[in-house]
Design a protein around this ligand. Structure first.
Ligand code: HEC
Length: 117
């Protein structure tokens, strides 16, 4: 079988048509707890212990105005490429390994989308 090109995969992630299995969701939950909650806090309020020392505090990700202002593609780019690429603070680190796991990346975007105040 021919492997999908990275561009096609990114396009599919952007369009949201990557199938998200329960396994991918479970992996995204673990990644959120292990890699993200330290700064963003378990509910994305920007109140994780690691956030205290940051020069730029992470925004409240559950904020509905912010949620409405960004695309899934933007969120996926911030996660894989880091904040600097989209003009945000570099302390938002890149997670390049997730480019090889489009289903897990998609599940992580949905995790961010599911954060409620
Ligand atoms: C070392 C602390 C830190 C970690 C760990 C971290 N982030 Fe961030 N993140 C930030 C900061 C700081 C910002 C805000 C940057 C700014 O507003 O300039 C941010 C911003 C964001 C944004 C908002 C982008 C926007 O448009 O405002 C999203 C979404 C995000 N992070 C998701 C994640 C996810 C998912 C993970 C785990 C894979 C993660 N972050 C891990 C510090 C962190």
């Amino acid at each position: 079988m021919r492997r999908a090109s990275p561009l096609l995969v990114l396009f599919a992630v952007a369009c949201g048509d990557v199938a998200v299995s329960p396994k991918a969701r479970a992996e995204a939950d673990v990644i959120w707890a292990d890699r993200c909650a330290n700064c963003h806090g378990p509910k994305g309020l920007g109140d994780g212990p690691g956030a205290r020392v940051l020069p730029v505090r992470p925004r409240v990700l559950s904020d509905s105005a912010w949620q409405a202002s960004v695309s899934d593609d933007h969120i996926a780019t911030v996660i894989t490429e880091g904040g600097q690429v989209v003009g945000l603070d570099a302390n938002m680190a890149a997670n390049p390994d997730l480019k090889a796991k489009p289903d897990v990346l998609r599940a992580l975007v949905l995790k961010v989308r599911s954060l409620k105040p």
